[in-house]
Design a protein around this ligand. Sequence first.
Ligand code: SAH
Length: 304
Amino acid sequence: MAMAMTTTEEGLKKGIAEFYDASSGTWEDIWGDHMHHGFYDPGATAPIHDHRAAQIRMIEEALRFAGVSDNPLKKPKKVVDVGCGIGGSSRYIAKKYGAYCQGITLSPIQVQRAQALSADEGLADKVDFQVADALNQPFPDGQFDLVWSMESGEHMPDKVKFVSELARVAAPGATIVIVTWCHRDLLPSEANLAPDETSLLNKICNAYYLPSWCSAADYVKIANSLSLEDIKTADWSDYVAPFWPAVIRSAFTWKGFTSLVRSGWKTIKGALVMPLMIQGYNKNLIKFTIITCRKPAQSLPDRG
Ligand code: SAH
């Protein structure tokens, strides 16, 4: 069984790398260097066109929710961006705090593009990117005072290993920020999601190279089991509601359409399931979730 598991995980990693190798250029053409949802004001009556501003707001709201300090003495100095895409968050955080930011992604094309964009912005000595697995990070223990994962957790086949690695590379007292797609929390009477819910998520998993989903409550349980502190979560689904309709509209522009067609079947398959994301949110099945916590300032006595 271990063999089968490894094969599946390797297959998933290969799929993720190929998906982002193929689709990142199209995304960047249309949406820019942030490959994540925007944070919008719910109930705003005016049409919301400035998606880049909404994506920056997502980063700012996540930092605020996590209580990351702007104070020169307390602000983050070393940051890891786990699942860094083409480095949008890394550059933003490096500039905001003057921090040194290291990003990892499975996609070699994303690493190249992240390095090039950073050099263009004069940030080559403030950020660094490499191909590496979030579940086996190429960093020693206790390195980073901010551990950042923006919309990569949903790709992780082993959530316990994922959070354990985030905690391992975190310095004592460091803040960990996970912004990710979850399914709704289960009711006390439920052991699983309903079959129609699972079937909707499976279609999304297939197109976006995702393993099975978990809930915010599952993340809290994992963080507790690792003795992480100040664990907080919030459901930001209402704040991101305008995002997928906007992505779909952009796919129907000439530029969006031609870019999609050029980037090939994997990207097109991703575009075709976009309405299912909206359905998932509307059914209260998909929850856009932030989880933040802190590694204890004093390392715990070794119980081994
Ligand atoms: N955080 C970025 C990109 C989000 S897209 C942004 O907000 O712009 C998801 C990213 O997660 C991709 O870069 C993908 O390569 C990365 N990813 C998925 N699984 C990963 C894994 N096991 N290890 C490292 N990166 C992973």
